[in-house]
Design a protein around this ligand. Sequence first.
Ligand code: ADP
Ligand code: TRP
Length: 332
Amino acid sequence: MSKVSLTGIKPTGDVHIGNYFGAIKPALRLAETYEARYFIADYHALNTVKNRDELVQNIRSVAASWLAAGLDPNRVIFYRQSSIPETFELSTILMCFTAKGLMNRAHAYKAAVQANLEKGEDPDAGINMGLYTYPVLMAADILLFDTHVVPVGKDQVQHVEMAQDIAQALNYNYKKDLLVIPQALIQEEVAVVPGLDGRKMSKSYNNTIPLFVPEKQLRKLIMRIVTNSQTVEEPKDPDKCQIFALYKLFATAEEQAQLAQRYRAGGMGWGEAKEALFQVMNRELTPIRERYEAYMANPAELDRILAEGAEKARAIARQTIQRLRRAIGIEW
Ligand code: ADP
Ligand code: TRP
């Protein structure tokens, strides 16, 4: 096992079960086939989170979430971006190999400019250099660890391609494979997890079930799932029901077959289906929630785990930076 995978996690807000099935679980599975590294992109978050306490809270919460979901810090490397000063040195080096025009084409920057133009404002109104150079910092995160694959959602593919361009520009200049060219690994099609209203579960739709809600609230949220007006007697189609779609994520094959049978036979009301969903969901989420709460109650332990990860990560980062410093003529 020698290929490296690297996952960057932006600490913004609470995770929901859509993130859990769509991003966290698939990313954690990579540890079976790659030398997996996971880091909290806290300096990237500074672009959007400018409240101190909120940033601290987000960093701890996202760290606790991934640990609770099964990240094993003894098997993989888990650290904070901000603990690796070499990231920022590499970022400075990469700046000198990054075409300004490349940054002009970044989706996030272009969208911000477009929004300004639509409002009749100056194109760069409210856009800071953190947003503009975001792809360079992300390239540094990736290239510092000789990363082969970066698991990402579709929105991040462009950023990985930019990391490729920047690495190639540097390698070309020194006529040497100094940096590994990373590849985006688009998550295999995970089923879209539906939200309370039947649309895709998303923070932007306000229809989420957060991963760590207390039991009572979990039941309340499930009871709020929107259903149609079929009567109790009517037979129901499990494949056209978001309660069942959620049930499938948590229930055993046997449980699924049984509930599907209840749907088709008629005589089952939505309340009963929701109660069945609550039971299986709560069964899987309870231990995760308890682990999460234990970590959140013990920030010193979280900090210790992240500091240990940072030690391991820095040992690698120092080597990469030394290799580059020598190659570019800063060290000899
Ligand atoms: P949100 O839409 O709530 O803002 P994000 O865009 O932050 O979620 O998503 C983070 C990750 O979680 C992405 O990799 C995305 O593919 C995954 N994800 C988010 N919502 C879902 C969902 N409803 N079903 C499956 N995966 C999801
Ligand atoms: N930009 C990513 C996001 O918004 C987070 C991130 C930062 C990242 N650095 C990374 C992801 C390096 C993968 C590799 O989700």
